[in-house]
Write a protein that binds this ligand. Structure first.
Ligand SMILES: C[S@@+](CC[C@H](N)C(=O)[O-])C[C@H]1O[C@@H](n2cnc3c(N)ncnc32)[C@H](O)[C@@H]1O
Length: 326
C-alpha cells in the first residue's frame, strides 16, 4: 500500500484531526472535563478539531478520529484533489460520518462514497479493510482522510470476574484515567483505593502505567484476579494507603461510600491526607462535598463535575481535580 497525501488548500484547516463524540445527558459534564484534560479544549456540540493525537479507544466518548488530510468547501474540488493524489490502497473501505448540520440526503451520501471509492486504486473491502477512510461535511467544509474508530475491545472488561454492586462504570473509569494522566502515557498513576480494579483495567488497556492500593484482603485478591483475567500485570499493594511511600505523577481516589464500604468522615479525610503525600495531582470521586478536606491538605480544586447515575436522579458522584498549592 502506498499513500502520499498533501494538505488541502482551503482555509480553516490548521488542525490534524476531527474527533466525533457521543454521550448521554448524564455524561455531558464528565465528557467536557475529559476533553479539557486530554485536549486542553472545549467541546462544541459533539465534535472537536485538534492537533493532539488520542486513540478513540482510550475514551468511552470518542467514537472516531478522522485525519483531516483533504478539505474543501465543495465536494467536487475535494474529489478532484483526491483524484490528483493517485491514492493506492489495498483492501480499503470508505465510511461517511454524519455531523450536526449535514443535510446531505442518504442517496447522495452513498453516491459520494462511490465517487471516492472509484478514485482510489486498489480493492474495496467492506468487512476486513486494511485501511478505512472517512468522508464528512462539518462546520462548512468537506473532509477526507484516514479514519480510526473506537475498537470496542475494552467492553470485554464489563465481563470481569469480580465486581462490587456499586463499582463505578467503565465509562467513568476511562475518564478518570484520562483526567489524571492528561494524555501523557509516561505519567505514573496510583489508584489509591482500587477496590476490584475497575479503573486499573482501563489504565492498563490504554497503555498507562498504574499501580493500585487496597486495604481489604478479599477485595485485593479479587482485584488481582480481575487484572490477571485480562493478562494485565500492574502491581496492587495490599495495605492502607497511609503505608505507601512511593511518588506518582497523579493519584485517583474513588472514595469509599457510606453504602457498601462504610467510610466515616475521618476515614475519608485520612485517605485524602495519606494520598496527598504521594502525588501533586489528585482526581477524587466522592458523593459529598470534600472541598474543605482538599483545602486542608494543601491542594486546590482546579475543576470539578457532577455525574448522575442513569435512572437515579438522587444519586450523583462528584469528581474533583486537585493540584498541590504552590
Ligand atoms: C468505592 S471503593 C473503590 C471501588 C473501585 N473503584 C471499583 O470500581 O472497584 C473504595 C475502596 O477503598 C478501599 N479502602 C478504604 N480505605 C482504604 C485505605 N485506607 N487504603 C486503601 N484502600 C482503602 C475499600 O476497601 C474499597 O475497596
Amino acid at each position: 500500500m502506498s499513500l502520499h497525501f498533501k494538505k488541502g488548500t482551503m482555509p480553516n484547516t490548521d488542525h490534524t484531526y476531527l474527533y466525533k463524540f457521543n454521550f448521554d445527558a448524564t455524561e455531558l459534564e464528565l465528557c467536557s472535563l475529559e476533553v479539557k484534560c486530554l485536549f486542553d479544549a472545549s467541546l462544541v456540540e459533539k465534535h472537536l478539531f485538534s492537533e493532539i493525537e488520542v486513540d478513540p479507544s482510550q475514551s468511552a466518548f470518542i467514537k472516531s478520529r478522522l485525519k483531516t488530510t483533504f478539505s474543501s468547501t465543495s465536494f467536487d474540488s475535494l474529489l478532484n484533489e483526491i483524484k490528483n493524489q493517485n491514492i493506492h490502497a489495498e483492501l480499503f473501505k470508505v465510511e461517511y460520518l454524519v455531523f450536526k448540520g449535514d443535510e446531505t440526503p442518504n442517496q447522495e451520501r452513498l453516491q459520494k462514497l462511490r465517487d471516492i471509492g472509484y478514485s482510489i486504486e486498489g480493492l474495496h473491502e467492506y468487512y476486513q479493510p486494511t485501511i478505512t477512510y472517512g468522508l464528512c461535511y462539518c462546520d462548512g467544509l468537506w473532509y477526507f482522510g484516514a479514519l480510526l474508530k473506537d475498537s470496542l475491545d475494552w467492553h470485554k472488561h464489563q465481563q470481569k470476574p469480580h465486581s462490587f454492586s456499586n463499582s463505578i462504570g467503565v465509562n467513568m473509569a476511562k475518564s478518570l484515567v484520562n483526567i489524571a494522566a492528561q494524555n501523557n502515557k509516561g505519567a505514573s498513576l496510583l489508584d489509591a483505593c482500587c477496590g476490584m480494579g475497575t479503573i486499573m483495567l482501563e489504565a492498563c488497556f490504554s497503555g498507562n502505567t498504574i499501580e493500585g492500593c487496597e486495604i481489604n484482603h478479599k477485595t485485593y485478591v479479587r482485584a488481582k484476579a480481575n487484572l490477571a483475567h485480562f493478562q494485565y500485570t500492574s502491581t496492587i499493594h495490599h495495605k492502607d494507603v497511609k503505608e505507601l511511600n512511593k511518588k506518582y505523577d497523579a493519584a485517583i481516589i474513588d472514595l469509599p461510600y457510606n453504602l457498601f464500604t462504610l467510610a466515616t468522615n475521618e476515614e475519608v479525610a485520612h485517605i485524602i491526607q495519606s494520598t496527598s503525600r504521594l502525588a501533586d495531582r489528585l482526581v477524587i470521586v466522592s458523593i459529598s462535598d470534600i472541598s474543605i478536606i482538599i483545602n486542608q491538605v494543601g491542594f486546590q480544586v482546579m475543576a470539578s463535575c457532577m455525574v448522575r447515575k442513569k435512572g437515579k436522579t438522587k444519586f450523583a458522584r462528584r469528581i474533583w481535580v486537585c493540584e498541590r498549592r504552590k
